[in-house]
Design a protein around this ligand. Structure first.
Ligand code: FES
Length: 65
């Protein structure tokens, strides 16, 4: 069955991806399956590539580019 996946570009924040998502760490070959993940767009996260919310502190303002 086709499951719709979605990517939401949060204004001033991360990419929020939902659906059935497989995250593969190329270095360790670990695979994690999640239903939602937020990926950092500001470049300031202390937990790259994931958003840790620090974009709020620095008023990241990039919109949809
Ligand atoms: S977008 Fe949230 S920490 Fe970078």
């Amino acid at each position: 069955m086709f499951e719709k996946n979605r990517v939401v570009i949060k204004k001033g924040g991360p990419l929020v991806i939902s659906g059935k998502i497989e995250i593969i760490d190329e270095a360790t070959h670990k695979v994690k399956i999640v239903e939602m993940v937020s990926l950092c767009r500001c470049g300031l996260s202390g937990n790259m590539p994931y958003c840790d919310g620090v974009h709020f502190k620095y008023n990241f303002e990039q919109d949809y580019e």
